[in-house]
Design a protein around this ligand. Sequence first.
Ligand code: SF4
Length: 317
Amino acid sequence: MNREKIKLGISSCLLGNKVRYDGGNKLDHFLTDTLGAYVDWVPVCPEVESGLAVPREAMHLVGDPEAPRLVTIRSGVDHTSRMRRWADKKVTALVAEDLCGFVFKSRSPSSGMRGVKIYSPDGTPVGTGSGLFAKAFQDRFPLLPVEDEGRLHNPALRENFIERIFVYRRWQEFRSLDKTVAGLVLFHTHHKLLIMAHSPGHYSALGKLVADPKKYRREELLDRYLTTLMEGLQFLATVRKNTNVLQHMAGYFKQLLSTDEKQELQNVIDNYHRGLVPLIVPMTLLQHYVRKYNERYLKQQIYLNPHPLELMLRNHV
Ligand code: SF4
């Protein structure tokens, strides 16, 4: 795995910067201490960068849930135009950063990526939506993996996000070095089992795309591939789907293992399926056989090693 750090945008207060309306921060130790070992953070505080002071009056979203306004809670000052103007310029500037994703601060009227409360002018909740900067970012970069720090406390969502940022980074590397159809076929081959674990439907659609590359112009082919890939990876790799992939991998060793070894492998996969052991357990045994028998197809599968072991993302039941 390439050890160069991955570049991710982040809501600045999550790094411990004291930029919140009350002069505080929302330091998140998982992001700074654990994921931070692999990430080069690009901090963004929409409220401060658009010219507001620290401390400042707290704001919330008000009005039409389709196009909410950013308004201070006590005195009713409307900062919508200021924020929209700044966000337009900021997302354009961020193109040059080549980000692989963004971690947003949840529930913020500027930075929350989803589920931010929207109120009527009299203060009654009327719906939920995205903070103004988070919306501008997602509109500009619809394929980039995004999450908020609240959702990243869920192990399945955390693993999913981290897999997607590593895939996106490998895609950036592929695009910068090689734009050939042969390169795309190789990229797809390496990611096959990973995609299968997320969405068998997208796996099949991507297989058809690379099998018939002449159907589209090169750039269109690459765009379609990336769009379908990132859409498919948003589906969680569930126990059921992972079990199917593990069984598929076990099939490669049918002729090579003894009856006892085959039984042991089946037991380990069954135990994972029943929720008795984490994914790392059958994966470790399969990795052992891949090494032992130098299984060429499986050896190159990203699924075996999609993110650094130290993040322990496959260690939960
Ligand atoms: S949530 Fe966003 S706008 Fe608010 S302090 Fe954090 S980075 Fe700044």
